[in-house]
Design a protein around this ligand. Structure first.
Ligand code: AMP
Length: 175
């Protein structure tokens, strides 16, 4: 089962990047190409029936499988980046993270009004990051078709913060 494989392959790193945080390190997953292929397939299977015009992946671990999903779906990939990385005109949203605060940006011309956007990241914790990404999508007149994650930390209740933007929340492994 994909959930068991992900859980058995993830590495828990205690007190990273701050004391008290149990970091779920996906780099051991990236070293297993067979598991990566299975994850690509499983991520897509969850989306059946959803209309998706673009995949927005969140820097940086959301780029890894997000780009693969966009390619497989035959839709554009939109990088959602941390402040100061994108070279062209952007829209911005600030947010609180499980550790610290940050600002996310997308290029103004990355999405068009009316597009249905799948937001992807490696992990859902408090939800602050993808709520900020949702607001960026809305700033550009597009809508959130759903959210996709490899891992969801359900004890942090992030899903409750997402529903005003989309009720479609998918994760392959839940803690
Ligand atoms: P949040 O905004 O609280 O949902 O945090 C999600 C973002 O922070 C994602 O981009 C994750 O990659 C990262 N993150 C937060 N907590 C963890 C954790 N315990 N392990 C790994 N990544 C995390």
């Amino acid at each position: 089962m994909i959930e068991t494989k992900i859980k058995n392959t993830l590495r828990d790193v205690a007190d990273f990047p701050k004391p008290g945080i149990m970091f779920k390190d996906i780099t051991p997953i990236l070293q297993d190409p067979v598991l990566c292929a299975e994850i690509n397939e499983a991520l897509l299977q969850q989306l059946q029936g959803l209309k998706i015009d673009a995949v927005a992946g969140i820097e940086s671990r959301g780029f890894l499988f997000g780009m693969a999903m966009a390619q497989a779906l035959g839709v554009p990939f939109v990088p959602v980046r941390k402040l100061g990385k994108l070279p062209h005109q952007t829209v911005q949203e600030s947010y609180a993270l499980e550790y610290g605060t940050a600002t996310l940006e997308v290029h103004k011309d990355a999405l068009s009004p009316g597009q249905q956007v799948l937001i992807h990241d490696d992990l859902l914790a408090t939800g602050g990051t993808v709520v900020a990404a949702s607001k960026l999508v809305h700033q550009l007149g597009a809508a959130v078709a759903g959210y996709s994650f490899l891992v969801s930390l359900d004890f942090l209740n992030g899903k409750k913060r997402l529903w005003p933007f989309s009720e479609q929340v998918f994760s392959l492994a839940t803690f």
